[in-house]
Structures are given as structure tokens and as C-alpha cells.
Design a protein around this ligand. Structure first.
Ligand code: NCD
Length: 322
């Protein structure tokens, strides 16, 4: 594996990432959480779009592997002076970065960096436009795999996949790189996926995705899925089209929002997931977000193990985890 660009990968690679993340998680119960394995190595985070948890999670993961971290964010940088992605990346690599973690508003930007020859370091996609967010899909698969096998956030058996699991993904599929990446990865691992959204928030060509589409959330929940993944309504990506994707927030909430009654209807086996940031009161109520079946904070914690695994597999070249 040279880069981590997309959740469409080979099955063995996905399982290796999940199993390595379990090994990383096992080290994180120690009193001293820092592993020496990548000490002396430098990674840079290049964020051209806002982020809270993905950026902090990658930085934490790198530091737990004893790496040095350089942070670039578009706000306050020379980007406002017209500096290009190419020049920004080359500048940061010239400062010694040995891998780039890239979030960009343009779909395909990390791929361009990886394959253009501008820089010759591993690229990790931290979310590009409405396209892909592979580490989010991996941390979701990791969290689901744990609950699917144990009914709790406990280590899953090595090499296990998600055959037999059913995941319902609900909301703004149109703008969601999380949904795209999850459909790719969860189905690769044997899960079945149902997508629930109003027709206005489904992308053109959805018929070709390896998932079933349903417009009725209550109908989808009645099938008692193993997980219900709620997506954020991405209002910042809607303004360009003048809005009009749904009649009103209240109406969206009534038809596609998750509250306590729908959590009960889904059944006690269903974990409630959300990649964050949540619009409480819109796609999910506070009661559903904070209920016992909600794994939202577990997803965040598991994200560190996944990102440690990704950095380790891209940079350690087989050195022992210790
Ligand atoms: C998501 C993203 O940025 O794609 N958040 C995240 O990475 N945890 C989803 C979102 O913004 O709604």
C-alpha cells in the first residue's frame, strides 16, 4: 500500500487495516500510550476545508506513534495569495514531511497529489469534496465489526468480516463522502446496505451503487438492522443550488430524523452511528444521540486506532509495533 486514497480497496488490505487497528487499540490501554515505532518521522496535515475530529484524530494518532506533526490549514495561509495545491505540497515536503494527510474541498485533489509526480510521499485522504473519506469508513467498519461480534466495543476476531450485517444509512447521501466510502467498504466486507433519503438528496446514478434505496425510514428500521448511520445535513454544500432540497427543517426531521421512538423501532441490537458533527434536532435528536445504543464517541476513539494503523502500514515497512 503506497497511499490511502479511497475506500475501494482490496479485501485483504481492508482486513489488514482493521486487524492492525485492533493491535493499536490494544496498546492504548497502557499507562503510557506513546509507541516509539515511527519516532523521527514527520507527517503533515494539509487541511483546505474545516475539520475538528478528523484533523485532531490524525494528529493524535501520529503523536501516539512518536511522529512529529506539521499542520497546515488554508485559513491564514498563503492560499489567500493564490498559492496552488502543488506549491503548498512541495513546500511542506521540502520542510521534511514524509507523508501528507490531505482534506480538500475539491473531489479528487488527494488523488491528483498522489499521481501527479509533484511530490513523492504517501498521501492519506482525510476527505475530498463529496467523493471519499476512507479513514471514516474504516473507523465505522471497525466499530461495527466490534459490536457485530461482541455486542460491545470489544476486540473483534482477527480476519473477521461483516457478512450478515445490515446497515441503514440515512440522510444527505448526495453530499456525503462518508456514505460513498461506507457503501464501498461495508459491502466489500460482506455487509448489506440500505440507503434512506428524500429523492432530492440522492445522487444521479445511485442505481449502480451496491445498495438498496428506500424512501421510508420507518420501513427500513422495521427490518431491525445492526446499525443505523445518520448523516449530517450538509447545508454548506447546499447554498450553491439555492437550497430547496427539502421543504423545511421541521419537515425533514419529521420524515428522516432519528428520535427515541425510531431507536426503539430499530430494536435493541441496532447501534446508532453518526460521523459528526451532528445537527442535534435536525437529523438526530439529543435523546437519540446520547442514548445507550449510540456509539458516536466510540467512533471517535476508534478513529485514533484506525489512523495509527494507516500511518503505521504506510510508513513503518514492517517494523514491530512494540
Ligand atoms: C464528515 C466529513 O467531514 O466528511 N465528518 C467527519 O469527518 N467526521 C461528515 C460531515 O461533515 O458531515
Amino acid at each position: 500500500m503506497k497511499h490511502l486514497l479511497c475506500a475501494k480497496m482490496i479485501r485483504e488490505e481492508a482486513l489488514l487495516l482493521l486487524d492492525t487497528a485492533e493491535a493499536m487499540a490494544a496498546t492504548q490501554t497502557r499507562r503510557i500510550k506513546k509507541l516509539p515505532v515511527l519516532r523521527g518521522r514527520t507527517v503533515a496535515t494539509l487541511f483546505f476545508e474545516d475539520s475538528t475530529r478528523t484533523r485532531l484524530s490524525f494528529e493524535t494518532a501520529a503523536k501516539r506513534l512518536s511522529m512529529d506533526v506539521i499542520s497546515f490549514s488554508a485559513k491564514g495561509s498563503s492560499l489567500s495569495k493564490g498559492e496552488s495545491l502543488k506549491d503548498t505540497a512541495q513546500t511542506i515536503v521540502a520542510m521534511g514531511a514524509q507523508a501528507l494527510i490531505v482534506r480538500h474541498y475539491a473531489s479528487g485533489a488527494p488523488e491528483r497529489l498522489a499521481h501527479s509526480g509533484w511530490v513523492d510521499v504517501p498521501i492519506l485522504n482525510a476527505g475530498d469534496g463529496t467523493h471519499q473519506h476512507p479513514t471514516q469508513a474504516l473507523l465505522d467498519a471497525f466499530t461495527l465489526r466490534r459490536h457485530f461480534y461482541n455486542g460491545a466495543n470489544e476486540p473483534a476476531p482477527t480476519g473477521s468480516d461483516l457478512t450478515g450485517a445490515h446497515v441503514v444509512i440515512v440522510g444527505d447521501i448526495l453530499h456525503s463522502r462518508v456514505a460513498r466510502s461506507n457503501v464501498d467498504l461495508l459491502t466489500l466486507l460482506g455487509a448489506t446496505v440500505t440507503l434512506v433519503a428524500p429523492p432530492t438528496l440522492l445522487p444521479v446514478g445511485i442505481e449502480s451503487w451496491p445498495a438498496t434505496v428506500c424512501y421510508d425510514l420507518d420501513h427500513a428500521l422495521a427490518s431491525h438492522p445492526n446499525a443505523v448511520m445518520m448523516l449530517r445535513v450538509q447545508r454548506e454544500r447546499m447554498s450553491h443550488a439555492g437550497g430547496g432540497f427539502f421543504p423545511s427543517p421541521l419537515e425533514y426531521h419529521r420524515v428522516y430524523g432519528l428520535g427515541s421512538a425510531r431507536v426503539r423501532a430499530a430494536g435493541s441490537q441496532a447501534i446508532i452511528m453518526h460521523p459528526g458533527p451532528m445537527n442535534r434536532g435536525l437529523e438526530i435528536t439529543a435523546e437519540a444521540a446520547d442514548c445507550l445504543q449510540s456509539v458516536v464517541t466510540e467512533q471517535v476513539a476508534n478513529g485514533i486506532s484506525i489512523r495509527m494503523a494507516a500511518l503505521y502500514l504506510l510508513l513503518a515497512h514492517g517494523e514491530e509495533i512494540q
